[in-house]
Design a protein around this ligand. Sequence first.
Ligand SMILES: [Zn+2]
Length: 323
Amino acid sequence: MSNVSTPKLSRRGFCMCCAGLASAGLAGGWLSPREAFAEAHQLVGMIRGAAAKADITTHKLRGSVFVLEGSGGNIAVFAGKQGKVMIDAGITATRAKIEKALSAIGNQPVTYLVNTHWHFDHADGNEWVHAAGAKIVAHDNTKKRLMQTQRVEDWDFSFPPSPAGAIPSETFSTDQRVEYEGCRLNLVCYEAAHTDSDVGVHFTDQNILHTGDTYWNGIYPFIDYSTGGSIDGKIAACAKSLSMADDKTIVIPGHGAPVSNKSELKAFHDMLVSVRDKVAKLKKKGMSVGEVAAARPTAEFDKHWGQFVITPGLFAELVYEGV
Ligand SMILES: [Zn+2]
């Protein structure tokens, strides 16, 4: 385990995307937000330890669809008559609590697992869920990335290749209509956005959309440029999600309060567009990344969006990289 003190966990969970919490206390006031974000060198051990202590909260949505909150990214579960479908698998250290939450929903086995992208806090549990009998379905690039070492610069971490049991056996790179356990799903391929492996899952009969990490509810998002993400891709992904949603759609974000809706997703999209435009104008004037962050291009949004782990300064830097 880490010699870094374990950060306080919120009910939003703690995840790889959220490493800034841990590093904030190490920054000593002289590191840039981005350097501070990467400062905690034992992130994975620390996060696994935190996940082992995390509690899982189950929210019942509608039509036998639930969301489990507390182990990395938000996990959606459909309970069919014969089997369950999971969207994302969380962090392995929380396995026992996830299994308990799954049992409380019903005693069917998990037969399908869809990954929204390759990140650790969404796909770490792949191996045990597969061993328990589930087929893993994901974007082609999730499979590719899980099979090879992945360096994420902003986390200052290289992930080794995943074990064979964690690798998706069915992959795709265009939108798919499938039916698992009697549940009709649209598996939606976003253009590279948070990463280059992003998939949204639309439960068409229940009108529920899991966006993966293309949308974080009420908080500035992480953008993983190391594995193909970009601010423009994030904006395009949100526009695509909005086009699939109506006023009754329940939207499940990758992180943040797990039960959201179209108007909150629209506010997130509009915030991204506004910050992107402001940062692009400042960069065009020749300002450095530090100068742009210091100019506080996110100021009007910070009170609402800047209260979690991606700080206003870090978010400005992430946007700057992509404009
Ligand atoms: Zn992610």
